[in-house]
Design a protein around this ligand. Structure first.
Ligand code: GFB
Length: 320
């Protein structure tokens, strides 16, 4: 199968277009000369095969980005395991099977780097998948994502479907979920630092020890990497998308406080879980294909904070 695929004049469905990654893929696709289609939420529940198949038969997308997922940060993952495993398994099996039934030409499924073992070698190569136990705080989500990868690989083997899987590292950026409890670390820290600045509070609460490390990729870079893979990659092997660099949470907190202009001090709450000690991805496979991330953490945080001020903080002020 040719690794080169064109999106030009194609009908492209972004499943999960309202989420952090899906909305970034929609933004990125605007420069691709394709027709972007999205499924109305009130009409199509992505966990329902009847609704998904009917909509796809009517619309006939040729390429699909499967960015729809039940996602959340460390707290959401560990306290809502049923939703995380069921919704993700259901969305993936429903959409992948519907893609096969309506003869979608190409499909990209989004995974996550939490699919790798908790103590995988660093940086984590793609072939460390299924070589050791998972991180307990997100194993439900990880198991569902691993099943999604395997589903795509099985359909490629048995039915010759051109399905590929990308493993983006921890993402952040405009359109993120800024919920104090359910969100990922970057939006949570932006919210906390911003509110502490307004309240002139002396400290912000940070979960965990601050010593674990995370690799953070700006979401528009992630979307660019996914469009790149859609056009240039066609194989069974999964592909990591990341920056190749990580930071201790402690340094991330300093970077966020600097971006927000908050001068208080972090208070680390070690009774909260740290999660995986480190999950830096090995990006040599995607780099060798010709793609690298572009946005620095400093620039990405500045863009995200500006978006937060214009969209989230202003909305909170309006409602209050
Ligand atoms: O982003 P996060 O929730 O997800 O947390 P994971 C990253 C690190 O930041 C953890 C710490 O060590 C947290 O304890 N942290 C510090 C905070 N303060 C905060 C805070 O206020 N909020 C949050 N959320 N974290 C998720 C997985 O793991 O990453 C998912 O649960 C998925 O399955 C996602 O893979 C990308 O990196 O720990």
């Amino acid at each position: 199968m040719s690794p080169s695929y064109t999106l030009r004049n194609k009908k492209v469905w972004v499943a999960g277009d309202r989420g952090l990654v899906g909305s970034a893929i929609v933004r990125r696709l605007k420069s691709e000369d394709c027709e972007i289609v999205t499924a109305p939420r009130e009409q199509v529940d992505l966990r329902r095969p009847d609704q998904v198949e009917k909509w796809m038969r009517d619309v006939r997308p040729q390429a699909v980005f499967l960015a729809a997922a039940r996602v959340g940060g460390i707290h959401a993952n560990s306290t809502r395991p049923g939703e995380f495993i069921y919704d993700n398994l259901a969305i993936q099996t429903t959409v992948v099977e519907a893609c096969r039934k309506v003869d979608v030409e190409k499909m990209l499924l989004l995974g996550s780097t939490c699919i790798y073992p908790r103590l995988a070698p660093q940086p984590m190569p793609e072939d460390s998948l299924l070589t050791g136990p998972l991180e307990p705080t997100n194993e439900w989500y990880a198991v569902a994502k691993i099943a999604g990868i395997k589903l795509g690989q099985a359909y490629r083997r048995q039915y010759g479907c051109d399905y590929i899987s990308a493993m983006p590292t921890n993402l952040y950026g405009i359109g993120d979920n800024f919920d104090r409890l359910q969100s990922h670390v970057v939006p949570a820290l932006i919210l906390k630092a911003h509110e502490a600045k307004l309240a002139r509070a002396s400290h912000i609460e940070v979960w965990g020890t601050g010593n674990v490390r995370r690799e953070l990729l700006y979401v528009d870079d992630a979307a660019d990497g996914m469009v790149f893979l859609m056009k240039n990659y066609s194989d069974e092997g999964i592909v990591n998308i990341g920056t190749g660099e990580d930071v201790p949470i402690r340094d991330l907190v300093s970077a966020v406080c600097e971006t927000v202009g908050y001068q208080g001090t972090p208070r680390f709450d070690a009774s909260r879980p740290d999660g995986t000690p480190r999950k830096l991805v090995d990006v040599s496979r995607i780099n060798a294909l010709g793609w690298t991330a572009k946005t620095s953490l400093k620039d990405g945080l500045a863009l995200t904070y500006r978006w937060f001020l214009e969209n989230v903080a202003s909305e909170k002020r309006r409602v209050a």
